[in-house]
Structures are given as C-alpha cells and as structure tokens.
Ligand binder design. Structure first.
Ligand code: GCO
Length: 474
C-alpha cells in the first residue's frame, strides 16, 4: 500500500491497520508498551510554583529561533492537565510512560535549595501513574538546563557535570522508592551539536569545538549521575541513557561513498556510543569533525563507561550518503567529504521530511546488540509527524501514523526474533507538543491537542495502539 496517498478513513483500512493486532507476535510478557514526552515540550507553567528559567526559555525569545516566535510557555499545559493526561494514558492501555523532569522546576538555581512545589508535581505524577498501573520512566535531562547554571558556564564547564549528579541524587532520593527506570540524558548529540555547533537549539552557539567540549561534559555528567543513582537507588533499579541513532546507508559503491558511510556513522552514532560502551572516542571522530579533542581528564572515560542496565534508542529514520571528492565537498554539517541525500525517488516521508524506513529500526537494534552488547535495549522514542486535521468531532483520522507504527512494531518483532534483548517501545509522542525550532507546526501525538482550548482528541493511531496493546500478553 502506498502510504503517500490521500489519507483514508480508518474504517477502510485492512484489519491489521484499523485496530486489529494481527501483527507478528513474539513480544515477551511484561514488554513495556508506552509513549514518551518531555517537560519543556508539554508542561507549560514555566513561571509557576517556583520554576526558574531554563536555557530554552531564553532561546525561544530570540527573534527567528522558533517557528512564528512560538514558545513553551503554555505548550500542552500538562502541568494543569496531568490527571486528565494520565487518564488518557490508561485509556490507551499504556503500560509505561516516559517523561522528563525539568531540572529548573526542582532546583531553580541548578544546585542548592530544592523547590518543594516543583518536586511535588513529579511526585503526584508518579503516584497517579502507579495508581493506574502505568510504569514511570524518568528522563532526568531533556535539554532544559537551568539558566542559572548557563550563567556559570553551563555545559562548557565541568562543574555542571557535578551539578547534574547532585540533581540526579535529589530526584532519586525522593522518587527512587517508586521509579524503577531512570534515563540520565536524552540525546547528548542533539544537546551538543544542535545547541553548540549548528545553533538551532538552545543555547544557540555556532562552534564545533565547543560542541565537542559540551558533549564530553554531558557524557561525564551521565557517568557521575549513574554512579550517584547506583549508590542511592534500591537494588533492581534500571539505569540507562537515550541516544538517537541513524543507520547509515551508501548511495553507491564508490570508494569515497564507502568512506563517507564510515565518517557519517562515526559522527552520528559512534561519537557518544563508543565512550559509553568502549570507554574511548572513535579514533577518526575529531579529524572528521575538524576539531581538537575535548579536555579529557585521566579517569573521565572510565566514569563515562560506568556499566548500564539498558541503552535507550531513539529512532526516526536512516541516513543515505554519497561521497564527494574532498576538493568539492559540499560538506554536510560537521562532516566534510559527503553529502546526505534528502529526497529518494519513491520513498515516503513524514511531515518533518524524514524518510519512513522501518527496516532501519531492526538494523540499528541488531547492530547495537551485535557490536556493543548492552544488557538490554529500550526504544525510548519512535514516531512520526503527519499533517493531522481535526474537524471538531471526537476523532482525528491519521492512518499514515497507524501504518508507521505497524511497520516499526513489525521491525521490533524481527529484532526480537534475532535475540535482541528488547524490553519496551515508547511512541513519540503521547500528545502533540512543542517540536523545538518547529514550534507547534509539527504534530507527533497519538492524541491531538487543540491548543486554543487545550482539548485532547484521541487520534485513530491512539485507538489502534490501545487495541494492539490490549491484545498483547501482559
Ligand atoms: C528528539 C527529542 C524529541 C523530539 C522528537 C521529534 O529526539 O529530538 O527527544 O524531543 O521532539 O524526537 O523530533
């Protein structure tokens, strides 16, 4: 079925798409079927109950930074709709929910005094989830660094790594008796490269050398926090990190293209993966980036490679690259010598312009299992933006998202059949939300948000996912 055709009414879809569950089975009992969000993208209430500004509160007011000057000031107002949203999760039969904690809501100055009202919100959220039988998965950092720490150097200084470990301990001591799954950092590649090299994310800097220093301090913060969490959490806590991966494919067989695949893989995947699982940076990374190594202290890499219980995988699409002769390198951001092919004849794309490529999820999961041997894997994000339309009723027909979920869940099933130790799948996202530089122009939710009224409308994909989960073994 072409999925680039006109969206159809979901009732005319084959059973497997319309809500049936004749997907390949093979999912183990206890598999964590869930959805994911992040604090800045859904909460709103940015100046409420003691929350202090983050670097994103500062970045969004920069002229031209965000689509139509939109901000996360209100977002999906989850801060005031939390109970309703958890009820929606239960309606979707979610078994797990991945959310992030806003550091500036808990420690407004980044260190020092705890903002009890801020921490109390997350305590209420966790208790409400547990009361519904939904497993909470906490992401400690999803990009909203307290502005007070930015004023003291932010991720450019090592002290922030230590401050992150202290923040992690504060949260773990309060929630550790109820939260089993802990993700330290979300997508350090994005925090570092989009924030400090390309300038399209907070804090909006344009210096690859800074990006590499930031990446190192974020990795160090992860290692220090992992050790801190291990020391305060009960036995059985699951500690991990969420990285975004793009399997890299060659557009042709030319030697320069095969070399380009290596470069792109080093830049996009191995930059953070190798320090975490091999206690070393890939040898070619800094030359590929054209930078000097970051300021690595003696035992940094041993700390960074502190053993983990799982690796979180954020997957959206693949990279297809073509080598170009070095002299004419139309250099793709950060890596000279290749170009990324953005449009492929016959391929289908999401509203973000990302190629829909479910096989890539199987490829990345089996590769990580084969080459890095994490104890467990968890898909911490997978989903798609499509142009969703709501016409005022109780439904939103998004058959393309149903097809997207079905084909990517089938990829999970194939990975499990290859003994990948996969423990769960979090759809990005539960709700339509603030898509960073794209503002609210991109909708990823299983649930549509009418931002003018904050009304939630479950999309057909949410109904489909609910019926799929209901059909799985508990
Ligand atoms: C990311 C972030 C999410 C995004 C999602 C869609 O992976 O970039 O974790 O915050 O909103 O991935 O781009």
């Amino acid at each position: 079925m072409s999925i680039t055709g006109r969206p159809q009414d979901h009732r005319s879809l084959p059973a497997s798409l319309a809500g049936g569950s004749d997907l390949a089975g093979g999912f183990p009992p206890g598999f964590l079927w869930g959805a994911a969000t992040s604090a800045y993208q859904i909460e709103g209430a940015v100046r409420e109950d003691g929350r202090a500004p983050s670097i994103w509160d500062r970045f969004v007011i920069r002229p031209g930074a965000i689509f139509q000057g939109q901000t996360g000031d209100v977002a999906a107002d989850h801060y005031h709709h939390m109970e309703e949203d958890v009820a929606l999760m239960a309606r979707l039969n979610l078994r797990a929910y991945r959310f992030s904690i806003a550091w500036p809501r808990v420690l407004p100055q980044g260190t020092g005094p705890v903002n009890e009202r801020g921490l109390a919100f997350y305590e209420r959220l966790v208790d409400t989830l547990l009361a519904r039988g939904i497993e909470p998965l906490v992401t400690l950092y999803h990009w909203d660094l307290p502005a007070a720490l930015e004023d003291r150097g932010g991720w450019l200084v090592r002290d922030t790594a230590q401050a992150f470990a202290e923040y992690a301990e504060v949260v773990a001591r309060r929630l550790g008796d109820r939260v089993r799954w802990w993700i330290t950092q979300n997508e350090p590649w994005c925090s570092s490269y989009l924030g400090y090299a390309l300038g399209i994310h907070a804090p909006g800097m344009h210096d690859k050398q800074l990006a590499v220093t930031v990446g190192h301090h974020i990795l160090l913060s992860h290692g220090l926090a992992t050790q801190r969490l291990r020391s305060v959490l009960p036995h059985g806590a699951q500690i991990g990190i969420a990285l975004d991966f793009y399997p890299v494919y060659a557009a042709d067989e030319r030697p320069e293209t095969l070399q380009a695949v290596e470069q792109a893989d080093t830049f996009r995947n191995r930059w953070f993966l190798d320090p975490l699982f091999r206690a070393e940076y890939p040898t070619s990374l800094f030359s590929v980036l054209g930078v000097a190594p970051p300021p690595v202290h003696a035992d940094d890499l041993a700390v960074i490679a502190t053993p983990l219980d799982f690796l979180g995988v954020n997957y959206y699409s693949r990279m297809l690259v073509r080598g170009v002769i070095a002299s004419s390198a139309a250099s793709s951001p950060g890596s000279p010598g290749y170009e990324v092919i953005e449009r492929i004849p016959g391929a289908a794309y999401t509203d973000m312009g990302w190629e829909i490529f479910p096989e890539g999820l199987e490829v990345i999961l089996t590769r990580l299992h084969r080459e890095y041997r994490p104890k467990a894997l968890l898909v911490t994000e997978n989903g798609a933006a499509f142009e969703d339309h709501w016409h005022g009723g109780d439904s939103v027909h998004d058959w393309q998202r149903i097809h997207y979920l079905q084909t990517h869940i089938e990829a999970l099933s194939r990975a499990l059949a290859q003994q990948v130790p996969l423990k769960g799948y979090m759809v990005w996202s539960l709700l339509d939300n603030f898509e960073w530089a794209f503002g609210y122009s991109k909708r990823f939710g299983l649930v549509y948000v009418d931002y003018s009224t904050q009304r939630r409308i479950v999309k057909d994909s949410g109904r489909w996912y609910a019926s799929f989960i209901a059909a799985q073994r508990r």
